[in-house]
Structures are given as C-alpha cells and as structure tokens.
Design a protein. Structure first.
Length: 280
C-alpha cells in the first residue's frame, strides 16, 4: 500500500474501499475480503446505513486500530452545528470508534439550490473544527463541494478542509474542482472511480488497458493515483476487490493521462450538488 499525506501530516492509504451498497448482501464477507486483500482504508457514511457492520467487521479483524483509516460523513439533512455534532456521536457509536480518522460534510446543499445551505455549511464546519480540536477526528473535509462551495466555506473557516471527496473517473474528472483543490492543498478522494463500471467497455480504455497489460478498471484506478487522487473503488467480488489493489506496479504516460482526462463525458452519475439529479 502507498499513502497520501494530508496537509495536517495525517497519512491516508492511497486506495480506500468504498462501502456504499457494497454491504447490501453478505456484508461481512465483502468487508472481510477487502481486509484480506489488504485494504486498510474504509469509506462509509451515516447515509449508507452500514456503519455498524463496518465497525463490527473491523473490530473482529483483530487489526490494530492504528493500521486502519475510517472515513464517515454527515448527511445533508444534518447540516448545522448541533445536528452535525449529534450525527458524529451517532456515527462514532455505530462504528464503535471513539476517534474517527476523517469526517466529511457529505453534500454542500440540503437540497439542490437550497438558499440556506451555504450558511448551514459554515455552521457544520464549525462543528467539525470543534471535533478536530477535541481530538475526536484526525482530519476533516468535505464531499461533493465545487470550488464556489469551498470558497464560501473557506471565508469563515479557521481550519481549511483537508479532503474533498468527488465523483472522479475518466469521462468525468471534474478538472476545475481538482485544480482548485490542488491549488489549496486539499486532497481529492474519488467516489465511483470506475464510473460504476459504466465506461469500462469504452474503446479508448479497453485499447489502452490491453497495451499496459491491465484491466480497464485498473487503468481507471491508476488514472486517479497518477492525478494525485485517492480512489475508493467498490466491489462485491473477492477477485475484483483484490484486482483493484494491484495497481502500484505501473504508471500512465503523460499522453495516456491526457487521453483519459480529455475523454468526452461518459459514465457520469447524473449527480450535481446544485441541480436535481439528472437521468443518465
Ligand atoms: P462488482 O461489485 O460486481 O465487482 P464504482 O466503484 O466506480 O462505483 O464502481 C462499482 C462497480 O464497478 C460495481 O458494479 C462493481 O461490480 C464494478 N467493479 C468493481 N471492480 C471492478 C473490476 N475490477 N472490473 C470490473 N468491474 C468492477
């Protein structure tokens, strides 16, 4: 495993296991397969409804707490100072973890276009700062924040966000947001780094993957890493769970990185913080 260092010096495994819906079936088997394959970074959220399963699987693994990196998130309906603190305490209890490695604001809006959300995000951020100062979280950040959301938050923030978790994959790399984050030393982590497998059959990807002797999914994960982004792939298959970690033995050439960064839009989820979800 390789690591990224966040701006406050905290080390984060460079690939995390995405748990959204990954645990709908045999949750313990999936989480155990991920742990056995070598994942130590697990991404969950209050909204996913699986924090208790994630916490139980990690507790049963017998791994030292210091080997694990666990992220959770405050859901959009819990924006606000008090609501965010309550949300954190509930997450902490369900996970069985007194200290959480990374706590994120899940979305910058309660509902797309909600005029009260920018002010609520600032209040939520004050709660995250308080938890950080109290040592209950090792790092704090946001998710699905675009540059304008970050600019507004950072005007009043006393501690700048350390992470922004975004949808990021070939065909939807959100380069404007990535560039803003990199200019402010905010580490981007990627949800749906495989575009939910929607563009793994794209000819550019399949041709390139064959050239590198890797799968299209591995190419997407390498694309994220070579862009300085930490991917959070999901899978319920033990083989693919393991395959998705076998990406530390190659790099993409600058030309191929550009080809992937400049693909026409494919594989987008249809989610945008300022718009109602679009059908895709
Ligand atoms: P499965 O669970 O059957 O492996 P994302 O992480 O971008 O949201 O994508 C998740 C989707 O990608 C799931 O449908 C998952 O299916 C699929 N997937 C995960 N890893 C691979 C892989 N290595 N090759 C092909 N599909 C994959």
């Amino acid at each position: 495993m390789e690591y990224f260092t966040l701006k406050n010096g905290v080390s984060m495994p460079a690939i995390g296991f995405g748990t959204y819906k990954a645990t709908d079936g045999d949750d313990r088997a999936v989480l155990d397969a991920a742990r056995r394959a070598g994942y130590r970074h697990f991404d969950t959220a209050a909204f996913y409804g699986n924090e208790a399963e994630v916490g139980a699987a990690l507790a049963a693994s017998g791994l030292p707490r210091s080997d694990l990196f666990v992220t959770t998130k405050v859901w959009r309906e819990d924006l606000g100072y008090d609501a965010a603190l309550r949300s954190f305490e509930a997450s902490s209890q369900r996970l069985g973890l007194e200290v959480i490695d990374l706590l994120l604001i899940h979305w910058p809006t309660r509902t797309p276009g909600d005029p009260d959300s920018p002010a609520l995000c600032r209040e939520t951020w004050r709660a995250l700062e308080a938890l950080y100062r109290a040592g209950r979280v090792r790092a704090i950040g946001v998710s699905n924040f675009l540059p304008h959301h970050l600019m507004h938050l950072m005007e009043t923030a006393e501690i700048a966000p350390m992470v922004d978790q975004l949808e990021f994959h070939p065909g939807y790399p959100q380069l404007a947001a990535l560039q803003f984050c990199q200019a402010h030393d905010i580490r981007v982590t990627a949800w749906s780094p495989l575009g939910r497998a929607r563009m793994l059959t794209d000819p550019t990807l399949t041709e390139m993957a064959a050239r590198y002797g890797k799968s299209p999914a591995q190419l997407c994960l390498r694309f994220a890493l070579d862009c300085g982004v930490c991917p959070l792939p999901k899978s319920v298959s033990p083989d693919r769970i393991a395959q998705n970690l076998a990406v530390f033995d190659f790099h993409l050439s600058p030309e191929d990185l550009s080809r992937l960064a400049c693909l026409p839009q494919i594989g987008w989820s249809g989610e945008h913080p300022d718009r109602p979800r679009l059908p895709v």
